[in-house]
Design a protein around this ligand. Structure first.
Ligand SMILES: Nc1nc2c(ncn2[C@@H]2O[C@H](COP(=O)(O)OP(=O)(O)OP(=O)(O)O)[C@@H](O)[C@H]2O)c(=O)[nH]1
Ligand SMILES: [Mg+2]
Length: 391
């Protein structure tokens, strides 16, 4: 675990005592657990529709698509902790040429990756169930993932009736001939949007939750944090999302408290109160990002000021979060100078857990989002009620 310097990074300047909220916020976002998913399939099979159905309507629009190469596009959405790789332009015409270049581009992308954070953790191969047959290109796509040992799920899209279901059964047999050991039955049929056959006959959305379950079970043992990121990012199994967010936030509190302990334990000239207040503010930003909450800066300033006011760090804490205000060296004497490691840990834990309670309280289980009330006083009163630290 990291000491307070690593935890704060460049968001806190020890010399000047300046705390930069924006930097803390960015750091929180950068350090959020991430999952890379590659979604492969021919044009028009329903890749974008599927992504929106799983991760929320705004995903494809919101993510600034970065065309990496001709046939690969990466869409990074740091707030959601996901990066989507989308294959592009795989058409029936000249598919061989296309597949050759995609293979090359895919290999290069992986060979050039700096580390695990640049490699897909999981792949979805989409095949339209209203097709006539399984195409070579679909098998090639599966082979791309198999060669690189990227766990995959084959997703049959637009499964809207008996004909499609029959296609799926046949397709599974064909694919299993070569990839049974690799896929181990990871086939899911979905209908990502309601399909209207006639005015009074509509095929409902289905299969999406199964896709989430199947995907979850496919992550390799060593990819816990990618799996957590996936659990938090998907928006259909809300209980799973909420639990994963809570667990992530509790981990943040643990790490932050440890960092606060290292500040309490080291002989810092002046006082360690400002540093501890900065750690707690950073922790709160990290908890926000665990819950995918992007509250605006002015609201967060008043929330943080209020929270610091509740704790023993009142005087300094207020100074830390008021934008632009520098610390007066020795300000910590206001609360009696050095803080012991034990106290630093205990206060930070108490602040963290009370703040998690706040987000739980304003979490909407239907939409999967935290909705803060307009009035920060309501946020603070929940915090005060939950905060228990007695000297
Ligand atoms: N009924 C039904 N329609 C779907 C489904 N998936 C996609 N569609 C429709 O198929 C069309 C193409 O879907 P997209 O999601 O744009 O396909 P894509 O794979 O992203 O296509 P490209 O980005 O062009 O490669 C859209 O009109 C979708 O509404 C599905 O599961 N069920
Ligand atoms: Mg698309």
């Amino acid at each position: 675990m990291s000491d307070y310097r690593d935890f704060l990074g460049d968001s806190y300047n020890e010399e000047s005592g300046e705390f930069d909220q924006q930097k803390a916020k960015n750091k929180a976002l950068n350090e959020k657990e991430k999952c890379n998913i590659i979604i492969c399939g021919a044009s028009g099979v329903g890749k974008s529709t599927l992504i929106n159905a799983i991760f929320g309507e705004d995903v494809v629009k919101a993510g600034a698509g970065k065309p990496v190469t001709q046939h690969l596009e990466k869409v990074a959405i740091p707030e959601k902790g996901i990066c989507l790789w989308d294959t592009k332009g795989i058409e029936a015409a000249n598919y061989q040429g296309t597949m050759e270049s995609l293979k090359k581009e895919f290999s290069q992308a992986i060979d050039n990756a700096n580390d695990d954070s640049d490699i897909p953790h999981i792949g979805w191969v989409c095949i339209k169930a209203s097709s006539d047959r399984v195409e070579d290109r679909d098998l090639t796509l599966i082979s791309l993932l198999a060669e690189r040992n990227i766990p995959a799920v084959v997703v049959f899209t637009r499964v809207t009736g008996k004909t499609e279901r029959e296609f799926v059964e046949e397709a599974k047999l064909i694919i299993d001939k070569e990839y049974k050991n690799f896929l181990r039955g990871a086939y899911v049929s979905v209908n990502s949007v309601p399909y209207e056959i006639d005015e009074d006959i509509v095929v409902k959305v289905k299969g999406l939750e199964s896709l989430i379950e199947e995907t979850e079970s496919r992550f390799s043992e060593g990819k816990k944090s990618a799996k957590n990121a996936f659990r938090k990012a998907q928006r259909l199994k809300m209980k799973m999302r909420f639990t994963a967010m809570q667990e992530g936030a509790r981990k943040v509190v643990h790490v932050a408290s440890f960092a606060a302990g290292t500040a309490g334990a080291s002989p810092i000239p002046g006082s360690d109160a400002p540093i501890i207040a900065a750690i707690q503010s950073t922790m709160i930003y990290k908890i926000n990002s665990e819950f995918e909450l992007d509250a605006d800066n002015s609201k967060m300033t008043s929330v943080l000021t209020g929270i610091m006011g509740v704790t023993a760090l009142a005087q300094v804490g207020k100074a830390v979060v008021s934008n632009g205000l520098k610390f007066i060296p020795g300000a910590g004497t206001l609360i009696g100078g050095a803080i012991s490691a034990v106290t630093a840990i205990a206060i930070t834990e108490a602040v963290g857990h009370a703040y998690i309670t706040v987000l739980e309280k304003f979490y909407d289980m239907e939409t999967g989002d935290v909705v803060f009330p307009e009035n920060s006083d309501r946020i603070l009163s929940v915090f005060k009620e939950a905060f228990s630290y007695k000297k």
